[in-house]
Design a protein around this ligand. Sequence first.
Ligand SMILES: Cc1cc2nc3c(=O)[nH]c(=O)nc-3n(C[C@H](O)[C@H](O)[C@H](O)COP(=O)(O)OP(=O)(O)OC[C@H]3O[C@@H](n4cnc5c(N)ncnc54)[C@H](O)[C@@H]3O)c2cc1C
Ligand code: FES
Length: 505
Amino acid sequence: METLSVWRGTAAPTGYAMLQGDFTADVLIIGGGITGVTLADLLAEQKTANKPKVVLLEAGELGCAATGNSTGNLYETVSGGMREIVSRWGAEVARQVANERRGAVAFIEERSRLLGDVGFRRCPLVQWADAANNEALQKEYDALRAAGCAVDRGGSIPAPLPPAEGDVLVLRDQAQFQPQAYVVAMARRAAEAGAVIHEHSRVLELDTKARRAVTATGSVTAKEIVMATHTPLGVHLVHTEMPVHREYGIAFEWAGEAPPGPGTWWWKATDRLSIRTTQHGGRHYLVCVGQEHKVGIHNATAGLLALEQLARKHFGDRPVTHRWSAQNYRGADALPYIGRNHSDCFIATGFATDGLVWGTVAARLVAAELLGHKASFAELVKPGRLSPLKGGKNILEENVLVVKQLVKDYLTKRQDEKLSSLKPGDSAIVDAEGETFAAWRSPDGELFAVSNVCTHVGCKVHWNSVETSWDCPCHGSRFRPDGTVIEGPAIRPLKRKEAPPLGDG
Ligand SMILES: Cc1cc2nc3c(=O)[nH]c(=O)nc-3n(C[C@H](O)[C@H](O)[C@H](O)COP(=O)(O)OP(=O)(O)OC[C@H]3O[C@@H](n4cnc5c(N)ncnc54)[C@H](O)[C@@H]3O)c2cc1C
Ligand code: FES
């Protein structure tokens, strides 16, 4: 299925050259989403004599992963609920979280003024629920107050949004923007200030001791390495602590009657929806995001169809112009992991679906530390923190899931028949000649067969029918049918199976 977000579909293209040759830098940033690009900009704008030389390597195009496939909402609270932070950490930490995030939203507003039209606008964040979930919303009101957020209770929900069956919480003065336009414009600003940016330059080997990253066409050796890759590359303790989920997005063109006003609309019913509007070239769009599920253990097509049906139920039978999906990594104790970890590199992960703001927080914290002023908030989110009581249940659940995945295959049909009988568009896990293959035949008949064992730490991959990829349920690595890495902590491709079994095996 063709997937393209409304943000990537309507932003200016990028066009940075691939890395060619061997270079050195003071700071190597791996990853060109909001975290990496903001950090590049913050370092490149330094006017001091010891301004660091910055190189940013992006595997695909800037914004191509979570940033350009998000919802573009900016808020001081967190989507999982401030009450989780209050109950795990207490009101004082919740206040610090809200303050830090509020500061990051103000920073994005300031940058947006410098960057030109990136769709930034201030708007309220409105949360409401069905009767079954109203009690949770009432608790959220108390938690938001405890965290010092300016929240009101009351008011009504304008049609055609789903009606409220209980409280309506309004958080004033939040914001939203066009995330892809922001990243593209900020990268341009960073490049003009001296940051060197390369797209289509996936890091294929990372030697953290030698501080060297190798791509297919070159290498960068740097004093400091920042993995702004959404989840760190290679094997890290944080992988065992973070559940990984995918979520779907669609945009409808909104013609005729006026669309709902600017706002971040969180419908916290049993079937959750995040709703907002946007416009481009005189056309208005309604954006709906929802149907979150764990990576690799869900029927992706069913998830996307369920989102479309839910949106149609409330907004009518309008043509869907864009469909997309993206991944999120949740910190076990409800906070992200930002800072230097045991590999002596910086990591920035565990943002859940709040990482446009957390990614900005991360860039500001890492930039401050690289420039010699460590902020006090950095202590709270440092990757090596041990909080088994705070995160214990999630860590346990995650590792039970990982163990299951090592021994069991889900959802992808297993067949003993010949690979040659696989029909165009079909995928299967196939046992042939004593080996197991993850096989897919393209619509034009080409057969791809790769190992079904993830190169990260060995779980079994599963088919994602929406995005035509093999996805790993353990820590979220994803691979193309030819085995090359799309995203996640895996660095090496799935092993391509040799020709003999492909023939008539
Ligand atoms: C459906 C959905 C909706 C969301 N909506 C919101 C929202 O409204 N508000 C909000 O605050 N957050 C939202 N989020 C979360 C937010 O999008 C992410 O947390 C944030 O974009 C993460 O930014 P990042 O720069 O850290 O990672 P990414 O944007 O994923 O960037 C990482 C980059 O690293 C690159 N990379 C990876 N491996 C390599 C390698 N080996 N070599 C070179 N480059 C590499 C990737 O190609 C990628 O471009 C949403 C998330 C999802 C899934
Ligand atoms: S992502 Fe860790 S084993 Fe696959």
